[in-house]
Design a protein around this ligand. Sequence first.
Ligand SMILES: Nc1ncnc2c1ncn2[C@@H]1O[C@H](COP(=O)(O)OP(=O)(O)O)[C@@H](O)[C@H]1O
Ligand SMILES: [Mg+2]
Length: 791
Amino acid sequence: MRFLDRRVGESPIFVGRSSEFVRLATALDDALENRGRLVMLAGEPGIGKTRIMEHLASRAEAQGASVLWGWSYEEEGAPPYWPWMQLIRAYIQGKAPDRLISDFGPGASDVAALVPELRQALPDLEPSPPLEPEQARFRLFESITTFLKNAARTQPLMLVLDDLHWADGPSLLLLQFLARVMADSSLLVVGAYRNMELSREHPLSKTIAQVSRQPFCNFELLSGLSRQETGSFIEAFTGFTPAQDQVGSIYSHTEGNPFFLSQVITLLSNRKTLSPDSMEIPQRIEIPPGVRGIIGQRLNGLSPQTAELLTIAAIWGREFDYRQLGILDTGLTAEKLLETIDEGLAARLIEELPGGRDRYRFTHSLIQQVLVEDLSASRRMRLHLRAAEALASLYGPNVEAHASELAHHFAEGDPALATGKQAHYSLMAGEQTLASNAYEEALRLFVRGLAAKEGQSMDAESSALLFGLGKAQAATHQRREAVTSLTRAFDYYADSGDVGRAVAVAEYPMTPGVGRVRLTPLVSRALQLLPPATPEAGRLLARHGWCLSTETGDFQGARQSLDQAMAISQKTGDLELELQALGTAAQLDLYTLRLEDCKAKSFRASEVARIVGDLKAETMAHISGWSAMGGLGEYDRCIEQMAAGLGLAERLRDRTLLVTTLWQNSMLSLDPGRHSARLFSDRGLELASSDALLLGSRALLEHQAGFSVEGEAYLDRLVDVMVSSAPGPTFEYLIPAFIIPMASLPHYREPRPARNGPASCRDCSGVSFFCATHGDVGQRRIGPAGPSTRR
Ligand SMILES: Nc1ncnc2c1ncn2[C@@H]1O[C@H](COP(=O)(O)OP(=O)(O)O)[C@@H](O)[C@H]1O
Ligand SMILES: [Mg+2]
């Protein structure tokens, strides 16, 4: 048979699918002409998703595009962002450093944190300034998508994301992010998934809902080949023309699913039921029901040793290597092992992975799944445990780099034997995953580690797991849960006298917020553990001041803490501490409308931030300085401040700061046509489509420019945001409360005539709005904490 004889590199058969392929080829043509396209390809297992993407990939390459593949696998244990890591790795291979520098741009060091090969290729990369988790992830996503768009400028890129139903949550978020920004790029992204495995809660369902809003996204659903195509398939597969009755029988058993077809044909051919000489009557073609039966029959045709070996290999996952089998004490000599692998290859149950090096993979995920599922639960657990222990000894001192893989095998292993190890490796893997900004994955690992410790009394390991869990919860917006986990970790450290760790928990950079979930108590308790007037106490005092002013409205208490922190910084000459205290104190002055004080502190903060090289603090200082100067009527200086502030935020690529500085710039663009105001506002809304400040000021701007329909549309969006946000007092409540009355004033409904010469600041709706926020409304503070900075 042709199929069985196929040599590596020979192109496999491709039957039918003409209309689907035409649509895919059109998407490819669009991408080649700089109109980015995303195609989501759905269908049951074995229906031919991977095959049609391979076929499209050959066409893309023939038309000058470069194709990169990223696979997801069912088994856990791969690092987060695995499909993306594979794509990027493949891209880097063989590229000159200069080319990489221009493709990756300023985001290179963020990507290098994920893909070590990039750091090896560019060893002199400067690390990026650290950011808070949410911002760090935004920056990572921005770096990766910018790189992909850049790279596609030199040579169009087709990205294939196969088996997305198994992708980790963070990888899916990255796909959503890319879908938002790829419209004008030479990128074709094709994602394949099994639609029948998607519940509404499945993370991919959310991704599909998100990406389907893009006009350049299409869905393609593959169904079985027709009866006629089934005949062509059999012919192409075997090299001879089957009898019509045989085709009919095979078609009715397989419904034209190409994977089932290939299995059935191989089985029947092995039994000599289907051959050029046998035109047996169809009734005698016995095809076992279902895919499990068919694969089971094919495995029965193997020698017992090979069947056993493949079962063990399936425990490793869809891919495995010779070395892994070797360490598993299979009782086979090296020679026998190779013989069994050869038998699996000949039966086309496994195939060699490109690049050689003794790596193999099951030809279809269904084969691996059936093998694993056929094992009894106890045998499966024993095999996982054996795998985990073998890996631990194989990796030796490098075991940390493989923590996720070990955590997976220990978790699947016999709980009675694996508990201690499971918690240990889950903690290790969770911390690594957290460091690569894959918070949802980290959360899962910490939860799993804690589950392994259930029923035991708290110890250092469970509190480390809780600390990790708290960080992952904070990064995924679960504030209440985060504070509970952090407090439990803190309690253990405080009670056991581990002051260093207790303080680290209290210092974890979670942003204080309004509402019932408060960080203030944790920070107050941590303060009691430290001797006063030390630099450590100073840092906590500064944080205490921030928490108090934001969470409780105790401005006096906040000021006291900040003064103490400042005094310590002056005594010890600790500039970083001074900066921390100054930044918060400037905010506090703004809340309490001490605008001159705020301005002075912001200047000093910006100076110190430059000395210590803290880009984030410098941007924040510009933001508070802008507010103060605006309130004082110093608009020209305001404009200078904000242009510089935006430049800093762009270097830092912190999303919140970018949005804030874009908003501020949009408010102060004074050209009568307001083109630049709109441009800033558009950029901001692209990053944060439901930001109340941006929507509110944009509504006013449109009204004042005479575009009342647009103005109303922005107001509607603003009201939607308000309705769906938590109860106030928050920005989301404050802004509509006075934007709506302002927008209805006749003043805002009359377009301003364009004038010759420079416009005055007072002509700008943004400035009027700004005076309102910092003047009248500011004085009539809403709620005890004043306008919050919650976003
Ligand atoms: N249109 C087709 N023509 C020929 N063979 C196909 C076709 N579609 C799929 N196959 C073969 O059927 C098997 C299963 O297809 P695959 O693309 O792996 O399915 P899926 O990715 O949907 O699970 C593979 O061996 C593949 O080469
Ligand atoms: Mg597939």
